[in-house]
Design a protein around this ligand. Structure first.
Ligand SMILES: [Ca+2]
Ligand SMILES: [Ca+2]
Length: 92
């Protein structure tokens, strides 16, 4: 039984490393979908343009999957809207 416990610990560690790695790859600021350094309506439009696509499907764009769950849906549009709103409130 000891080896299976080690396997569980090893895979948990592997998962943590993957999570840390993808966090590092996350572009700053969050919400910048097209990577131009700004959070604006172009980013929201890009998410909306990919609405309904999922990972592996033709036309899927990982950048439009804001929450990274593998599907571009209303949750991503909602998250992007919130990030956009937050960005707008910081602007003069
Ligand atoms: Ca942008
Ligand atoms: Ca998503």
């Amino acid at each position: 039984m000891r080896s299976s416990l080690q396997l569980i610990v090893a895979s948990a560690l592997f998962g943590a490393v993957l999570a840390a790695g993808s966090a590092l790859l996350q572009p700053e600021p969050r919400g910048d979908v097209n990577g131009d350094g700004l959070v604006n309506y172009d980013d929201l439009k890009l998410v909306i343009a990919h609405l309904g696509t999922r990972v592996g499907q033709q036309g899927f764009d990982a950048r439009a999957d804001v929450n990274g769950d593998g599907v571009v849906d209303v949750a991503d549009v909602s998250t992007e809207s919130q990030l956009l709103e937050r960005e707008m409130s910081h602007s003069p």
